[in-house]
Design a protein around this ligand. Sequence first.
Ligand code: MN
Length: 519
Amino acid sequence: MTVGKLDKYQSMRDFATTPEPTGHVMSSASGRRRFLVQRHRASRLHYDLSLEVDGVLVSWAVPKGPNLDPKKRSLAMKVEDHPYAYGWFEGAIPSGYGKGDVIVWDDGWWEPDPAYPESADPAAAIAKGELKFVVHGKKLRGRFVIVRTAKVARTADQWLLIHKHDDHAVDGFDPEDHPVSVLSARTNDDVVAGRPGRWPAATKAELRELDKLAEKGRWTVDGQTTLLTNLDKVIMPGRDGQDPITKREIVRYYALIAPWLTPFLAGRPVNLNRFPDGITGTKGGFWHKAVPEHAPDLVRRWPNPSADNDKTREYLLVDGAPALVWAANFAGIEIHPWTSAAANPAQPSYALIDTLRHRSWARHDMGRNPVHRPLVPSGDGATPSRCPAEGDRTAGIQIWIPVRTGYTFHETSAFIEALSRTVGRVVPELVSWQWRKSDRKGKARLDYTQNQINKTLVAPYSIRPAPDAPVSVPLEWDELDDPTVRPDRWTIRDVMSWLAKIGDPFTALVGQGQDLPAL
Ligand code: MN
């Protein structure tokens, strides 16, 4: 039975204060066992090596880190089993057990070494004290053995981790020479400072290679190669006599916007709105959540522990330029991330208000909208927030409020509902609760119902499926006073130069989780 496997893990932690996942017993839906190494600066620096076995991560703390040099034998102390969801955890543990900071140092999958039948049943092999296994990570590859060195009670948890002599062995390897997260390109110091991840955009040389490709071909971005197809297919028409937008141009945009977009996607399941036939094609658009069979390893996978059997079991995670390029080639034009992260799916990291469309985007509607007054940074108790325009001529604006670890969707939903109702009482001339647009008579509806697990809103910098490929962009509150602001003002053809000029107003929100103020 798997019940109780995580009892020890859960009893050692106070989930009211730690951002670590509570976790479930669960397995990779792909059938590949997860391999994971985290760099953990606790009272003593160590690397946590984890191997998925029977629905949990069996873990060892390795003080000097795993090594590719067969001459270096790494001491490994066996620790409590961790939940599968620990594989998406990066963060600062403010107090208690494990106090310190954690990055995902390596990630991939592993298998028992086929040359050793006695390792074919990993749980039995570990119980006996020796497992031979093959690792397919980003930093670590090849054949390892982990062996218990002592059976006396005092040192029963002491093991040695050794890399075998094979094609992946590296003399003089030092894990400390590779200090950056494979999940977010952050160091442990970046995590402590609350910095969002760092993701490179495609380089100029890489973009020239994309331009040179025929209708189909392989393209390498950030060291990862993706097969691109139908590059000259028209996905959406241009506006006002402009050239139509091809898939090549959409691939190019997502490869360039990756450093700005990925902070809002990293570690979150996403829903893709796909238009393989273009936005005017007969198929129209449709939602895609599941990882397709043919997806390459650069697309990360998240088995949803709460999914019903008939629902999507394994979701897409789209982190960084290579995964965005893959999604764009998959005709995933519009990207909607969850408001919670895969590590803690029941805990929202943003509270959202979706203001459904006003009669127009005219100044008298937007600039005087008082929704923002309790939300604008203004000294003590302020609530930072931003309002991205949705990039769709028919859309309203969304207000994103980053919240600290520990809230439930019930709490964020109740807060946003109370706030919305209050605004409705203060300015009844601007707010209507009618669902039908025609019944609202030009007023806005404040939609608080998005604050639920698996409800999504379009990501900042996602393309919207409309002529000219308009883009959802963040606004400062006072920009709403600008009479020329329209939801489709920025497109994939001008948003990069706008970003270069003003910097990114939205990135300041990432990692700025806060208490929701009393109303
Ligand atoms: Mn640890």
